[in-house]
Write a protein that binds this ligand. Structure first.
Ligand SMILES: *Cc1c(COP(=O)(O)O)cnc(C)c1O
Length: 242
């Protein structure tokens, strides 16, 4: 079933790319694997899903050993608390959710200590929903000018969670805004900043995201089925530990 779902999603990515005159090679599928146990993730990896994303540092760490032999590229796609920085840097290849200066400073401090740099995306709150994390679109340019001073962070692109709405035009607006910000940032020609990647689009709207320029679509439900926890658990400040 996971294999069939993956095949189906890849076919849909293909047609969305064709439809919008894009090269399918420029679009990566990220498996959103929160709550999915390693066994099922491995099934998906073997079926050709080589990029995965986790939302919780604890889960990332717990699954690491089981997944390591299959060497997936792992992105962190959840809200990152500063007290988890050391661990997240140990177990993932890229952080997609950098969204505030205190996080930048603390990442920089740790990376300086480790003597290395690290690739990141900046998360933008394109839907303006209070429930979602991310930098406000208005603050993006000043934030980038500041961010560019930190040589340990190599910025590779932008990430957003689109609006949840049955009106696809409202969703599309979020993705169009992310693309527009990408173009504005490119114009600034900042040090440590490349803007090749746009991580946007999920199970219910990835085709729209591809039409608007996504280079990474993050898909969970459409491959692994429904999750038991509501997404709000992952997207708001979690007060409890499950
Ligand atoms: C869960 C999650 C996804 C995937 O969502 P689906 O609707 O299950 O495809 C994508 N991005 C983030 C940040 C997520 O937390």
């Amino acid at each position: 079933m996971i294999e069939d779902n993956l095949k189906n999603i890849k076919a849909r990515i293909n047609s969305a790319a064709k439809r919008s005159g894009r090269d399918v090679e420029d679009i990566k599928l990220l498996l959103a694997t929160k709550t999915v146990e390693p066994e099922r993730i491995i099934t998906a990896i073997k079926a050709g899903g080589l990029l995965i994303g986790e939302n919780k540092v604890q889960e990332l760490k717990e699954k690491f050993q089981a997944l390591q032999p299959f060497a997936p590229t792992t992105h962190f796609i959840g809200h990152l608390q500063t007290n988890k920085i050391k661990t997240v840097l140990q177990y993932c290849n890229l952080i997609e959710t950098v969204d505030r200066l205190d996080l930048v400073q603390k990442l920089d401090k740790r990376l300086q200590f480790e003597g290395r740099s690290f690739p990141v995306f900046i998360q933008i709150n394109t839907s303006y929903e209070e429930s979602k994390f991310g930098l406000s679109p208005e603050n993006t340019i000043p934030f980038f000018k500041e961010l560019s001073k930190y040589d340990t962070l190599k910025v590779k692109g932008l990430m957003t969670i689109g609006l949840f709405n049955s009106d696809i035009n409202k969703v599309r607006k979020c993705y169009r805004l992310l693309k527009k910000l990408q173009q504005e940032i490119i114009q600034l020609n900042l040090r440590n900043v490349e803007m090749a990647e746009l991580s946007m689009g999920m199970s219910h709207d990835f085709e729209t995201a591809i039409e608007e320029g996504a280079t990474i679509v993050r898909i969970g439900t459409a491959i692994f089925g429904d999750r038991i926890y509501p997404d709000s658990y992952y997207w708001k400040e979690a007060k409890t530990n499950i």
